[in-house]
Design a protein around this ligand. Structure first.
Ligand code: ADP
Ligand code: MG
Length: 563
């Protein structure tokens, strides 16, 4: 028999270690993100200790430096943060999945707001072994003297060596002895690219190499300006990006300048939303509405996702509803876990809440713009309609919020809300069954004669010529009661709206039949209908149409789908 027992599950480090090193992260390049974010944490912690009076020395220059040596095959990340004693290295580094960052936040949670500490799981450091055979730490704690520094080295097995070292400055150097498979990282532009991607908005200045610029230096004898080359540290990041600032301190110019910083070659955005939520989840960021033309597919993946100013991904598919993928900008949430897989993201409760919040904010903003200045909203409509329509088609909740400000534009460039439009055309465009028929053109040029014929009957003609308008029309018919939508060339003007009126043609029946025969033969298509029923000399003599039903069938076939 088994005796009842309680115990602790044990882990064989030598078995679990390779799993952590190889499979925890899919992308090798993120080792740099992890090491630099540790350096940032070390610096932020020191600043917090100083603020609490637990560190009384000079903070001095706190710049983090990333460097590499192609000959020695090393990459080094150096900080002037709080450093570690030998004991602390044993505690924080040797214990996998023990996070000194989490411990710090817990210890000071009543005294200081530690929202900006990045680390959490105690796993990031080991990502260094994805690219390095040996990882070396040389660290001097803010509590230790120059000759009391510590040196730790590990070759990626479960064995490490710890020894005494001397280090002139406070802080930590992490030195990676790059492995043979990872020599691609020993390259200035490769490293610069990775830093630009992940570290661009980290809150502590990060130096990587130097930059040289020509500066004016007086004038020569001929009075021409002289130049000298000035070499300075190259700081790769902007430590206080716009989204972490308070909206009340920011002007339109600031938002536009930040947009240019994110997308250097883009046209100015139309407007933006500054997100700033504390509860029930934490979310900051700025979302911009770009000018969306019909090439909206190209505009995707423009939103960057950050967690405490560390870049995570620009694949925000799971965080942002599909129709908002056309927006540009930045989202930052510490509640979106840093080192997790995508399938986890999808099921994460916070992520779902964030997505719903963004949808609401976007609808609120549009509604506000509409209410504040209708004329201006109409001016912007051509640029934003595709995106509002996408939302309306794909998101029930968004439809409910957007139905009061979504506009319909007619061929005379007048704009109407759903309610206004129904009101406008009800009297003239209701058929014998009480359906209101909306007539639209999908190509104002080609369908002009039909448009004129419809107008001659006092019908209003909408212009629905965008890439999403076929779907938009379906949504209108589903959502608006007793509304049917017909393309202007789907019938002759007389039959567009069946009002049960008796119509007399100026041609006799036989004359009509003869002309009809001639045209049908010429067209030779079952999908088209020929009508020869001119009621007056002003009417079009012969009209060739394709019914709304046939046309939609054809459109669907063209799209290659059945629904
Ligand atoms: P996390 O950052 O999630 O806590 P890591 O594995 O990245 O986990 O780091 C483990 C711990 O090692 C950190 O929490 C910190 O206490 C310590 N550490 C790592 N890098 C540094 C550094 N540059 N300076 C001081 N401490 C560091
Ligand atoms: Mg870390």
């Amino acid at each position: 028999a088994v005796t009842e027992e309680k115990g602790t599950i044990s882990i064989h480090t030598e078995n679990i270690f390779p799993i952590i090193k190889k499979f925890l992260y899919s992308d090798h390049e993120i080792f740099l993100r992890e090491l630099v974010s540790n350096a940032v944490d070390a610096t932020q912690k020191l600043k917090k200790l100083a603020a609490l009076g637990e560190f009384n020395g000079e903070l001095g220059d706190l710049t983090i430096e990333v460097s590499f040596d192609k000959d020695k095959k090393t990459i080094t990340v150096s900080d002037k943060g709080l450093g570690m004693t030998g004991e602390e290295i044993k505690k924080y580094i040797n214990q996998i999945a023990f996070s000194g960052a989490a411990e710090f936040v817990e210890k000071f949670k009543d005294k200081t707001d530690a929202k900006d500490i990045i680390g959490k799981f105690g796993l990031g450091f080991y990502s260094a072994f994805m690219v390095a055979d040996n990882v070396e730490i040389i660290s001097r704690s803010f509590k230790s003297a120059e000759d009391e520094a510590a040196r730790w080295i590990c070759d990626g097995s479960t064995e490490f060596q710890l020894s005494a070292a001397t280090k002139a400055e406070r802080g930590t150097d992490i030195i990676l002895h790059v492995n043979a498979d990872s020599e691609e990282f020993l390259d200035e532009w490769k490293l610069k690219g990775i830093l630009d991607k992940y570290c661009k908005f980290l809150p502590v200045e990060i130096k990587f190499g130097t930059k040289s610029e020509n500066e004016e230096d007086g004038v020569d004898e001929a009075g021409k300006p002289k130049y000298k080359t000035v070499t300075t540290d190259r700081i790769i990041n902007n430590p206080s990006p716009l989204w972490v600032k308070s909206p009340s301190d920011l002007k339109d110019e600031d938002y536009l300048a930040f947009y240019k910083e994110l997308y250097p070659f883009s046209e100015d955005p139309l407007f933006w939303i500054h997100l700033n939520v504390d509860y029930p989840f934490n979310l900051t960021g700025v979302l911009y509405f770009p000018k969306v033309k019909n090439d909206f597919e190209m505009q995707k993946n423009k939103i960057q996702l950050y967690s405490r100013q560390v870049f995570i991904t620009d694949e925000v598919k799971d965080v942002v509803p599909d129709f908002l993928m056309m927006l540009h900008g930045v989202l930052d949430s510490p509640d979106i876990p840093l080192n997790v897989s995508r399938s986890y993201l999808q099921s994460d409760a916070n992520v779902k809440k964030i997505s719903a919040h963004i949808t609401k904010k976007v609808a609120d903003k549009l509604s506000e713009l509409y209410k504040k200045d209708r004329a201006d909203f109409e001016k912007k409509w051509d640029d934003i309609n595709i995106f509002v329509k996408y939302g309306i088609i794909s998101d029930e909740k968004f439809y409910d919020r957007a139905k009061d400000f979504t506009l319909l534009k007619n061929v005379d460039k007048q704009y109407f809300t759903f309610d206004e439009y129904k009101e406008k055309v009800s009297a003239t465009q209701t058929d014998k069954d009480g359906n209101v028929i909306y007539v639209y053109a999908s190509d104002a040029g080609k369908q002009d004669s039909f448009i004129q014929a419809a107008k001659a009957k006092a019908y209003d003609v909408l212009l629905l010529d965008g890439v999403l308008d076929n779907h938009f029309i379906n949504t209108l018919e589903q959502k608006l009661e007793k509304v049917q939508v017909k393309r202007v060339d789907s019938e002759t003007a007389d039959k567009l709206i069946d009002k049960d009126e008796k119509l007399e043609s100026v041609l006799s029946d036989t004359e009509q039949e003869t002309v009809k025969g001639v045209f049908e033969k010429a067209i030779n298509s079952k999908a088209m209908t020929v009508a020869v029923e001119s009621l007056s000399p002003q009417d079009l003599p012969v009209v060739i149409t394709m019914s709304e039903f046939m046309r939609r069938m054809k459109d669907m076939a063209k799209l290659g789908g059945g629904g």
